[in-house]
Design a protein around this ligand. Sequence first.
Ligand code: SF4
Length: 383
Amino acid sequence: MDALHAKYPFFEGARDAVAGASASLPALVADDAPAVERARERVERALREGTVEPAAGAFGRDAVDHDARAELLSYPIARILVSLLDAAPAIDKYAAAEAATARERIEADLASDDALASTATPTVDLQTVLAEFDLETAVVAEPARRGREPTDYWVDVGAYLRLADPAWGDAWRLVNRPLADGAVRVDREELLRALETAIERRVRDGLPFELSDDGVIRSELAARVDELRRLLRERSYAAPVDVVVPALFPPCMQNLIEKAERDVHLSATESFALMAFLVGIGMSPDEVVAFCAATSLDAEGIRYQTAYLADDRGTQYPPPTCETLAKLGICHNEDDHMRVAPDPLGYYEAAVEAADDDLTDWRDAAGVTESAEDAVPDGGHIE
Ligand code: SF4
């Protein structure tokens, strides 16, 4: 079993690995094999937290190395669960979460040095990822200074147009990009974003599908599907508190904002937690862009992320729970916060409720209404 396929189960080679794992999916489901519970966790975390990374606990974050078989087989079973859910928001969130997790893993792999690469954990290089999507000749690195990693790449126009989404904003329009010899220049961050989109499309491809078995899998998975369906319903209709008072934000969110204000790069998980919180309290993408104007978060990245968090079906993600944020090192449980609420949104709602009625909404104070371009406040916002 190639642990790399467990780490990137949407790779073409992973299909052969699943076929070669001498495992029949109906038998795995009937036996309630570890892959089945991991598949449920995969979908649950996609719906709740925008990631499919194993939580510490039952599987542990190093599950990819320790139980590569369960990790690999959990992917096709997770696709079955999502198909049985048969709801567009579930498919959107699942595909986006698989892609976001893969991007984090690819970034970590690319950043790993030779010493790390020699450990048991397999890593991919950029050429391997590009080849997976038939982009190995369409993407060429700009020569870097000696001893340095390239920071810019030239992408064939055809591939660029296939990968870039016009909804990402004007900066992605062809007329606004450096263009030479039929290729478009992108930086490394942009290339990774485009690859994340390619991964998301591949994961989404074919979902939902009809099960070809005689109903055995459907009935064996019924309880888990009901549980996930309940979760999807709960998470889809939470009404936002809809008042923005940064001074009442929980410390985890204030810490992330302060870190970004110091121009420190937020990891994908940190940025997701912050965006989900800001959207969850009722801020529009434009308001989030304005709020983060003086931070390391770029406007286009914010718009891209918030598109998933607050769509017009009202299917926003909640921010991760306090328990998850503690495991990720984002929460330090200041003043024993976890006694107050199970997640940062709940904590903030309680703080707003406990405050007096004269709260000043940051949006009113900053003059931010509908469009961030019209009303970007002057920098800082935490008061
Ligand atoms: S306990 Fe929850 S709300 Fe409080 S700092 Fe931690 S994650 Fe944030």
